[in-house]
Design a protein around this ligand. Structure first.
Ligand SMILES: [Zn+2]
Length: 445
């Protein structure tokens, strides 16, 4: 398959350049952590893309940017599912609550498998050219690959850690994937998957290993820029585990900047869980990503050894960005508050960026008039086990008149808890819903 617009692949560790026709995955000299970055021939690309051309383009999916994707020009078969083209919401209620004037929420739960990972899986499925596909994943990448493989009819093998969330495993079984639940961590599943791909000649969709996946994920950055009329935000907050998504977002803006289509590249802010902080540690230290223990309820960003760490650190630095960590308690509270004030039910890792925003507003790092985008990467419906307790409780009532009496009481006490404004540095736990629920239970006694 001639990738005529890809100029070369370059190792993030040693800087060696490779011909894409000769190297499929990572740098032969550096091994699995020598992730390769795709470089395009921008002189060739710029003949095929412009603001004016995109204005005329009717396809809302990622294929509107196909000239910037690692897919050959001659590839005609467009996969059947609609990936990308997800909404960028102005979140008016949340703006009012936070006192922010230019906050946006990119809702990537609206992809076919309900996560941003579809943007990468679709590239893998196209590039597999009929081969069996495989990946190791904590959940979303796997379910996304299973969904995309089912749509085009490719056999699919998945390696998950045995504790991956139930809903995500069910989704990939339903799509007909063969699932190996590895009695070990994500990293163990990753190693096994690479070995199986080498043994059986499968196409490997592992994040932070296959260089073309970041290129699919970058479409989220391309969309944000276009949806904001090319006036890109000052900051984008990105939930960060292995570092692939944040590199993808950066790459999207970088492409547009190199093509002269935007004025600057936004500041990339990596939000990690306190229990899985490898990239933040590297950013605050010497820039080298080292493995650490990973324990967090946010399974999508629970990564001991970020496979794309070196590239992510470089991209975050190039954007003048930084990283912060948030606790599991903050993530859970953020998930609920985000859902209550926007209607977008994020999974814990997706909500982490909102928890990060609250911290950065409180310490003054983000100004309330800044143009800021929160990237919600996956749906909360896939990780309900993690949030069952934080969700709150139902109000049990009897049937008939006795039940109706309680309904009336609840409705009366709800009237007082309408719109409110968040005071800086207050705990999320003091939120209106909690007060309201307390009122409900008091009135029932
Ligand atoms: Zn290398």
């Amino acid at each position: 398959m001639p990738d005529s617009h890809i100029h070369h692949l370059q190792c993030v560790l040693c800087g060696t350049s490779y011909d894409p026709a000769k190297v499929a995955y990572t740098c032969p000299a550096c091994g699995p952590l020598g992730v390769l970055e795709v470089h395009y021939d921008y002189e060739q690309v710029e003949r095929h893309i412009s603001r004016a051309q995109l204005k005329e383009e009717r396809d809302p999916t990622i294929w509107r940017y196909r000239v910037l994707l690692p897919i050959s020009y001659s590839h005609e078969n467009r996969p059947p599912l609609a990936d990308g083209g997800t909404p960028l919401y102005a979140v008016e209620r949340l703006r009012k609550y936070l006192g922010m004037s230019d906050l946006w929420l990119k809702d990537d739960t609206r992809n076919p498998s309900a996560s941003l990972k579809d943007r990468a899986s679709i590239i893998a499925v196209v590039r597999a050219e009929g081969k069996t596909v495989a990946c190791a994943s904590t959940g979303n990448a796997a379910s996304s690959l299973a969904v995309q493989a089912a749509a085009v009819g490719l056999p699919c093998y998945i390696f998950v850690p045995h504790n991956a969330p139930r809903a995500k495993i069910v989704q990939l079984l339903m799509c007909g994937a063969t699932v190996f639940a590895v009695d070990g961590s994500y990293d163990d599943a990753f190693d096994l998957c690479i070995e199986a791909c080498n043994t059986f000649g499968w196409y490997n969709r592992n994040t932070g290993y296959n260089p073309y996946l970041v290129e699919g994920k970058k479409t989220v950055g391309l969309e944000i820029a276009e949806q904001l009329g090319w006036h890109v935000p000052e900051s984008v907050l990105v939930p960060t585990g292995d570092g692939c998504i944040i590199s993808g977002v950066y790459r999207g803006f970088e492409d547009l900047y190199l093509l002269g289509m935007i004025e600057h590249i936004p500041r990339m802010i990596a939000v990690q869980a306190e229990g899985s902080p490898a990239i933040v540690r590297a950013l605050k230290g010497d820039g080298i990503v080292r493995p650490c223990e990973a324990h967090t309820i946010a399974d999508g960003i629970s990564v001991g050894l970020p496979r794309n760490g070196a590239m992510a650190v470089r991209h975050i630095g190039a954007s003048r960005g930084f990283g912060i960590t948030v606790s599991d308690a903050e993530i859970l509270a953020a998930e609920k508050e985000l859902a209550m004030r926007t209607g977008v039910f994020a999974e814990p890792s997706g909500a982490a960026c909102y928890a990060g925003l609250l911290r950065l507003l409180d310490n003054g790092t983000i100004a309330r008039n800044e143009r800021v985008v929160l990237l919600v990467t996956g749906s909360g419906l896939k990780s309900i086990d993690a949030v069952v307790e934080a969700a709150g409780s139902v109000v049990p009532i009897a049937k008939g008149a006795e039940g109706m009496a309680i309904v009336e009481k609840v409705v009366q006490s709800a009237v007082s808890s309408s719109e409110e404004v968040r005071e800086p540095k207050t705990s999320l736990r003091g939120g209106g819903l909690r007060r309201w629920l307390r009122g409900v239970f008091k009135s029932r006694r």
